[in-house]
Structure formats: C-alpha cells, structure tokens
Design a binder for this molecule. Sequence first.
Ligand code: AP5
Ligand code: MG
Length: 217
Amino acid sequence: MRIVLVGPPGAGKGTQAAFLAKNLSIPHISTGDLFRANISQGTELGKRAKAFISEGNLVPDEVTIGMAHDRMTQPDAANGFLLDGFPRNVSQAEALDELLKSDSQKLDAVLDLEVPEDEVVERIAGRRICRNDSSHVFHVTYSKPKVEGVCDVCGGELYTRGDDKEETVRKRLDVYHRETEPIIDHYKAQGLVVTISALGKVDEVTKRAMEALKGDK
Ligand code: AP5
Ligand code: MG
C-alpha cells in the first residue's frame, strides 16, 4: 500500500506511523525525521533545512521533493510506503502525483488524523524524542518511557525538540492551516481521503486507522 498521513503538528502522525508501518510491512518515511537526521549529521542538506525548521516554516520544495523521492525509491519501498509529513503543500502534492505517475504507481489512501487544537498543544508540550533517532517518540504523561529521560528502543537520551517551543508550535499550526490543509481537498478530488479521529489511546487510534484503511481497499 502507498499511504499519505496528514494531520496537524502533534496529531500523532509519527506515533501512529510506527505501528501502521509495522502492521502493513511498509517503511515509515517521515520528511521531518529525515531532516533531523541530516541536521544531526551536519550534512549540506541539514544545514539548508535547519533555519526553516527552527522558525516553524516549511523547508523549500526544491530541497524537500528530491529528498522524499530519493527515500521513496529505495528498495525497501518498492511495494509501498507510509509518508508522514510529505506532501505538505499543494505543489508537493502535485509533484508527488507526477513522480508516482512516471513510476506507474498510485496512492491507495490519504489518512487524515483529526485532533482539536488544545489537544495537540498538550501532546507537543509533553513530547520527548530520542537523540539517536527522532522517530522514537514519547510523552511525559501519555507514553512514558520505562526509565525517565531514556529511550526504550535504543537507550538514547530523550530531549524536547527545538521547534516544540510554544511560539514555534503556534507558527507551525498557522503554516499547517494555510499550506497543508489544502492538500486534503486536492486528494478528496481523487477520492483518496479517509478521515479518523485521533483522540483516545494510541492503540485505539491505531485500531481505528487499520479499520479505516481496510475499509478503503
Ligand atoms: P515534522 O517532524 O513532520 O513535524 P510536524 O508535522 O509538526 O508533526 P510532529 O512531528 O510535531 O507531530 P506528529 O503528528 O508526528 O506527532 P507525534 O506522533 O510526535 O516536521 C518538522 C519540520 O520539518 C516542519 O515544521 C518543517 O519545517 C520541516 N518539514 C518536514 N516535512 C516537510 C515538508 N514536506 N516540506 C517542507 N518542510 C518540511 O505525537 C506528538 C506527541 O503526542 C508525542 O509526545 C506522543 O507520544 C503523543 N501522542 C501521540 N498519540 C497520542 C495519543 N493518542 N494520546 C496521547 N498522546 C499521544
Ligand atoms: Mg512527527
């Protein structure tokens, strides 16, 4: 399956993607995680992306689309992928349509995670991620690590993302409404959108998502 996950910052895209990707045996491709890995490795791409991310702005399309396409065309993604955080504006969605068409592929579903704004603010305020791999995500109340400050998966140090400061989160939410929400209509026109509530426990949301995706096949 080829799936796009969409939803505001803090909706639980990364959290759900980890479980959905495992259940569906497809790789989880997060452009945010790819950028953070590039930043921590000090690559040229990471240096270009850093200022945009820390301000809560989108990284320019000419950097993002190539990076996402490189990852989508790796051998482990030959039979499908779960995109998290890409596409994030209509021009990225149009570019993805073209890239898939030229590879004779198509999307199966766009899973839209709906969460009220006060809930995402609380989720982001308590989020801690792993220094070794930003796809290892915890929450101080809702998804506690076994040992405080230590990643359950790899033992790495947990920290608060630089762009999780309150004023940057507000900016990211504005950018989401202005730039990213319009992709939902873009995909509704293709009959691909499945909307679910992302409220409730993590495993309840995963179950809801799996049922919605199955119903969509
Ligand atoms: P990115 O890393 O994609 O950030 P985002 O979209 O803002 O989303 P988040 O990662 O903040 O939230 P999430 O939905 O993954 O929630 P999570 O699972 O962590 O992008 C970062 C930046 O990179 C962008 O601002 C931009 O600058 C750049 N970028 C990335 N892609 C780009 C693109 N395509 N184009 C241009 N620029 C791009 O969950 C949040 C918290 O809630 C966690 O603590 C979790 O434990 C907790 N939680 C999860 N589910 C539940 C639940 N059911 N109940 C209670 N708590 C829960
Ligand atoms: Mg994420």
